[in-house]
Design a protein around this ligand. Structure first.
Ligand SMILES: *Cc1c(COP(=O)(O)O)cnc(C)c1O
Length: 400
């Protein structure tokens, strides 16, 4: 199965180069391969594509706008900065794009419950909404630390009718929520569906979630060409698991003149243990059913990771990103908590747009590099989500 414009496809075992695959217990392999087979069967059909595209338009509000950030550009001086406004999507981020795809697939397969983990709560909200819409039971696992930090999203998940499971093990954040959700799924993989929240996990999820997010780049590339008459010089997005980034990058993979840059969280600093810069500091390893770069200890156990943005604190990263890094097609850089908070406030006060703390990492990177570029050059940033969920946290932190 190969789609024009979708970039490199994994091999039949789900590997992008040496990354990815299906490193899972044999009793899970059948259920996961059923998902792969069902997806392969319906993904290119008109019925599935029409249903998904119709929801993208009339439920999500696609296409999301491409916004020229004129005032931020003037403030920084140098390259023109553009935002792909995924923050304007229904439920507030890019995640609804793949949640609708996964919920539709689960329904098609006759599954009775959709299970997932969530970090910042964005995947939980988007999935709970998609499951309400499609009419499937939904169960969301979330770390206790994130539950306290992301209260508005927790409330929304409950209102949308999903069961919320509070995870109180390990660092009580995203990685532990994944472990917990995975264990629950293992109890009845035949009748339940695991909706992974990023381009991670065993094949087919990295490919499938990428395909559902590719609409972001398809739209952005066309919108950009139409507005500027040329492609952007730099295309950038924050990388947690990597779904919003790969969704945007996919359309540009074959445009070699376009510099693609993924931004990881440096947290309190790359020299401290408090970061989640997987690509920059990680080594090859495995977690959650796939091979990737990972922040791990000497025993190969994932290290506790940290970022001010809950949606970015994951010790691994999508296999296609690892492959693209090795190929040299995508560069990975970092932004720390301090730069992120600064970008969060600057964008809010310069353009009246409150970005998610995750997205603010990519904004900070654009702000950093724009001034060293010429006014003829352009930067396209994925504004992956809105910062309503982070507003109280930031106000507290900055004593506003
Ligand atoms: C979850 C989330 C991310 C990180 O996930 P990716 O899979 O790396 O995109 C980034 N931005 C927002 C707004 C999110 O909610």
């Amino acid at each position: 199965m190969s789609k024009p414009g979708f970039g490199p496809m994994p091999d039949e075992k789900g590997y992008f180069g040496e990354y990815g695959g299906q490193i899972i217990p044999p009793d899970l392999l059948k259920a996961i391969n059923d998902i792969a087979a069902s997806y392969a069967e319906i993904c290119d059909t008109d019925v599935f594509q029409n249903e998904l595209r119709d929801l993208y338009s009339h439920y999500v509000g696609r296409p999301s706008p491409l916004f020229f950030s004129e005032r931020l550009t003037a403030r920084q001086g140098g390259a023109k900065i553009f935002f792909k406004r995924e923050d304007l999507n229904h439920t507030g981020a890019h995640k609804i794009n793949h949640c609708l795809g996964e919920a539709l697939l689960a329904k098609h397969m006759g599954k009775t419950k959709v299970i997932a983990e969530t970090g910042a709560g964005q995947h939980g909200v988007a999935l709970a909404a998609a499951c309400a819409l499609v009419g499937i039971k939904c169960e969301i696992h979330m770390g206790k630390v994130d539950i306290e930090k992301e209260h508005p999203n927790v409330t929304k998940i409950k209102i949308l009718g999903a069961d919320l499971i509070c995870v109180e093990r390990g660092t009580m954040t995203l990685k532990d929520a994944v472990d917990s959700a995975f264990e629950e799924y293992l109890k009845d993989p035949e009748h339940w569906f695991y909706a992974i929240g990023s381009v991670v996990g065993p094949h087919p999820f990295p490919m499938m979630v990428r395909d559902f997010q590719a609409v972001v780049g398809e739209e952005a590339r066309e919108q950009f060409l139409q507005r500027e008459g040329q492609l952007p010089d730099i295309v950038t997005a924050c990388v947690g698991g990597g779904s919003n980034a790969i969704g945007l990058f996919t359309a540009f993979l074959e445009d070699e003149e376009v510099d693609l840059v993924g931004i990881e969280p440096a947290g309190l600093g790359l020299e401290t243990a408090e970061n989640a810069a997987t690509m920059t500091l990680g080594t090859k390893g495995g977690l959650h059913g796939f091979k990737c770069y990972i922040l791990q200890d000497e025993q190969g156990e994932p290290l506790p990771v940290y970022s001010i943005a809950s949606g970015l604190d994951y010790p691994g990263v999508g296999p296609q990103h690892c492959y693209l890094k090795d190929l040299g097609r995508v560069r990975y850089d970092t932004v720390d908590d301090h730069e992120c908070l600064d970008a969060f406030m600057v964008l809010s006060r310069t353009e009246g747009i409150i970005p998610a703390l995750e997205s603010a990492h990519a904004v900070a990177y654009a702000m950093k590099i724009a001034k060293d570029m010429s006014p003829e050059q352009t930067i396209l940033v994925n504004l992956s989500g809105r910062g309503d969920k982070d507003a109280d946290f930031v106000a507290d932190r900055l004593k506003l």
